[in-house]
Design a protein around this ligand. Structure first.
Ligand code: EPZ
Length: 423
């Protein structure tokens, strides 16, 4: 049964939101537990459907996960990894979540073999993994594509090597970095992603006994070791969740304390752009305060790899710019098809036109609630944001997209005086 969310219009958000652990850090960290001979414990894991999917996949490989609920917004996961008995990541799981591809590097590095289903595309684009495979071949892996599966072997183990990514890829960097931790010898990865989630993964791997330097720069060096051990690691807070709620304060002209991390450093470029638009940010202990100056100025956005403007905040920002006092542009440079929210926003009265990978948004005085459809994880929240500011009510369909990346949305919003109902 596909659930929908009813968003009541004309609301103002005011209060405090506890930001959960980062989905895009917890997913590679869960995959990294495969590398350890004696388990891995993670804290501040967000209770999301994507996390459940990854835990199901790890369980299929023979990993036992002991989960404890720490509070409404976070769980701890203790993975036992001494009984992995199969090395196949099946299509029915991988097709649900592309990030399943993150088990490829760890399985190959620890067991010298694996069969991982090709992820298939998703709404925002083809999302190939050619660079993951080329990188693993540079570490001595034999890769064969058969019946829609990547069949990878490294009978003599992976060997350290050098690989330069032709384009920056987040999970490509993560797969290669994890694989290189157990390779024989020294690996240099160039033109790697610099996202905070990459740094989080490298810091956890180093706590497990890996020897990684350069994380957060465009060149990562890894000295292979023979084994990785158990450790307890706390997942970085989710900068994309924090940015999404900051926009909720801007679009409803409200005021929010976002608690759970140093968002000023995790969202530098985003905050600069939001200040240009008219949001005000103040540092508070273990978080950041954000409120609207009462204005929504037009602005020009270009998504880029970190430290540039995050593509995962593009759709949400576009909802805000629909109500700006002038013409804005949004250029999506990472994904070839991440404008599906545009048609839905137009149904709500937005004035947007697209030419190539640039959207031109002419601000309107108000949006009107309407039945709309979520098409991907971040687009789903952009429609909720538009609905909060609109006149009348909005019904967002296919709300499973929302649950993939945002935990306890109703509860977090209700704590700030905002009502939405799941129907
Ligand atoms: C990660 O996806 C994130 N997912 C995405 O977040 C995010 O949008 C993306 O990075 C960019 O920041 C996770 O971390 C789980 P890429 P990823 O490989 O790694 C091309 C969300 O909303 N490419 O950095 O899959 C690719 O087509 C999700 O949480 C190749 O051509 O993205 C894209 O154009 C959505 N060949 C560009 O690189 C490859 O082998 C960047 O993709 C790999 C990528």
């Amino acid at each position: 049964m596909v659930e929908k969310i009813k968003v009541y219009g004309g609301q103002v958000i005011n209060g405090t939101i506890q930001i959960s652990g980062a989905k895009n850090s917890a997913l590679p960290l869960l995959a990294a537990s495969i590398l350890s001979d004696d388990g891995l414990s993670l804290k501040n894991v967000p209770p999301l459907s994507d996390i459940k999917t990854m835990l199901t996949l790890l369980n299929k490989l023979g990993i036992e996960s002991n989960i404890t609920k720490d509070n409404d917004f976070s769980i701890s996961v203790n993975n036992k990894t001494d009984s992995i008995n199969t090395f196949t990541a099946p299509y029915d799981i991988v097709k649900k979540m592309r990030a399943s591809i993150l088990v490829l590097g760890p399985l190959l590095a620890r067991f010298g073999q694996c069969r991982v289903s090709l992820p298939g595309g998703c709404a925002i684009g083809v999302r190939p993994i050619d660079l993951h495979l080329k990188g693993l071949e540079a570490l001595g892996a034999d890769i064969e594509l058969k019946d829609g599966y990547v069949c990878a072997q490294a009978k003599m183990g992976l060997k350290g090597g050098e690989f330069e990514f032709p384009i920056v890829t987040v999970t490509g960097t993560e797969n290669l970095m994890m694989a290189a931790t157990l390779a024989n010898g020294y690996t240099v990865l160039k033109n790697v992603a610099k996202e905070p989630e990459i740094v989080d993964l490298a810091n956890c791997l180093n706590k497990m006994g890996a020897k990684i330097t350069g994380q957060g720069t465009s060149e990562i060096h890894i000295k292979g070791v023979t084994r990785l051990n158990n450790t307890t690691y706390t997942v970085l807070p989710d900068r994309i969740e924090a940015g999404t709620y900051a926009i909720a304060a801007g679009i409803t002209r409200g005021n929010l304390d976002l608690i759970g991390g140093d968002f000023r450093s995790l969202l530098t470029c985003f905050i600069t752009k939001m200040e240009e638009i008219g949001l005000v940010f103040e540092d508070i202990p273990n978080g950041i305060r954000v409120y609207s100056s009462g204005k929504i100025n037009p602005c020009h956005i270009e998504t880029k790899p970190f430290p540039g403007f995050p593509t995962d905040l593009q759709a949400q920002t576009m909802s805000l710019l629909c109500l700006a006092t002038g013409e804005s542009t949004v250029e999506e440079n990472i994904w070839e098809n991440r404008f599906m929210h545009v048609a839905e926003l137009i149904r709500m009265g937005a004035n947007i036109s697209i030419s190539g990978h640039k959207a031109i948004i002419k601000g309107v005085s108000s949006l009107i609630g309407a039945p709309v459809m979520a098409t991907d994880l971040r687009a789903s929240f952009s429609l909720v944001l538009a609905g909060l500011a609109a006149k009348g009510n909005t019904i967002v369909d296919r709300v499973y997209h929302l649950d993939r990346g945002y935990c306890c949305v109703e509860k977090k919003l209700a704590n700030c005086g905002v009502k939405i109902d799941r129907i």
